[in-house]
Design a protein around this ligand. Structure first.
Ligand SMILES: *Cc1c(COP(=O)(O)O)cnc(C)c1O
Length: 370
């Protein structure tokens, strides 16, 4: 009987095992009293923009707000339609609904991103934007999406919440759309100590509008351009972000190495299907997802063995109670629905040890040998 390890999905206790340097930074912030829109936020925004290779970054309250504020800044709302895919974290679709627009779904492809062949038939006179999700840390087929959007006069807003540092053809996510939204949630690849989000854009005009929109529409203390939100990225979180942003290459490279390790260790198992990896894409593996037979039994086996495997997600968005009013039904999006029954996410984070990776592979092999 092999020894039981615990292979956690969350890495936060390991990532923050030593917090003295962070606390020294926080102490400095408290002394300065610079709690909202302070200098550390401007610093974090410019470092974030630089890392993405995109001119402007605007820090906001969450990844969800990054999408909501961008939609609002583009004037998308009541009576408009926004195209996205149903296999995503609920916030993509929630953001579209929260501005009053109607989410319109297009099925996904083998790489968990929107199937570009199906986008055009989903476009109506009410369509205003396409919101492709770089799901799991993969990158959607952006050249094709940008071409379709351009031909139809639609905005492209990239949901890059899971995909910091991901690239296609050497271009960072956020390079194609009018803007891209990122999440800094504690369990996203670049994280902070609570909720946070970032929008990147090449447009100065959009940047200026978003800066107002996140801060009550305030030009200055006395002048208000339009009614807005209170959704600034806390300076406290920017302080943490300024320390963590330099870890992003390590986080990204380690996740990629772990994914490669799993790919080659698992590919010989007939019951496991590893998605095709595109050579021109830098997939950053926010989630390491594979399609497997007898998924729920494997999940239980792994969990019993101490491995915190997960399912993202057992119910696709179009079949959620929240989406009932949209009128979709089972069978509408076969790829997303099949994925909801076959996908499993293995822990692949940057703090796993080689022993934990080996152990995880061994437990998967053992399951299919029986
Ligand atoms: C995490 C996430 C969001 C929302 O980000 P929050 O910071 O949690 O609000 C949106 N879309 C996707 C695909 C996500 O994974």
């Amino acid at each position: 009987m092999p020894t039981t390890l615990r292979v956690p999905y969350s890495y936060l206790d390991r990532q923050f095992a030593d917090i003295d340097d962070y606390l020294a930074d926080v102490r400095g912030l408290v002394r300065s009293g610079d709690f909202t829109l302070g200098a550390p936020l401007s610093e974090f925004e410019s470092r974030f923009a630089q890392m993405c290779g995109i001119p402007h970054a605007i820090g906001v309250g969450s990844g969800t707000d990054a999408l909501i504020l961008t939609l609002k800044a583009l004037g998308i709302g009541e009576g408009d339609e926004v195209i996205t895919s149903p296999n995503t974290f609920i916030a993509t679709v929630g953001a579209i609904a929260m501005v009053g627009a109607r989410p319109v779904f297009v099925d996904s492809n083998e790489g968990f991103t929107i199937d570009v062949r199906r986008i055009e038939s989903a476009i109506t006179p009410r369509t205003k934007a396409i919101m492709p999700v770089h799901y799991s840390g993969n990158v959607a087929e952006m050249d094709d999406i940008a071409r379709i959007a351009e031909a139809k006069g639609l905005a492209v807003i990239e949901d890059a919440c899971q995909s910091i540092s991901a690239e296609r053809d050497g271009k960072h996510v956020g390079s194609w759309g009018v803007a891209a939204g990122f999440s800094l949630h504690p369990l996203k690849n670049l994280n902070v100590w609570g909720d946070g989000g970032m929008i990147v854009t090449k447009s100065e005009e959009l940047r200026d509008r978003l800066r107002l929109l996140r801060n009550h529409g305030m030009i200055n203390r006395d002048e208000i351009a339009f009614f807005g939100h209170n959704s600034r990225l806390d300076t406290l979180q920017a302080v943490i972000g300024n320390r963590l942003i330099s870890q992003t290459p390590f986080i990204t490279d380690t996740r990629i190495a772990n994914a490669r390790f799993y790919d080659s260790a698992l590919e010989s198992i007939p019951e496991v299907r590893i998605p095709k990896r595109e050579a021109n894409v830098k997939h950053v593996y926010h989630m390491y997802m594979i399609r497997v037979e007898r998924r729920d039994a494997l999940l239980e086996h792994l969990q019993r063995s101490g491995i915190e495997a997960k399912v993202h997600y057992p119910i696709p968005v179009h079949l959620q109670p929240a989406a009932k009013y949209l009128g979709y039904k089972e069978g509408d999006f076969p790829v997303a629905e099949d994925d909801s029954r076959t996908l499993i996410s293995l822990p692949a984070h940057q703090h796993l040890t080689r022993e934990e990776l080996d152990y995880t592979v061994e437990r998967v092999r053992e399951f299919y040998k029986r």
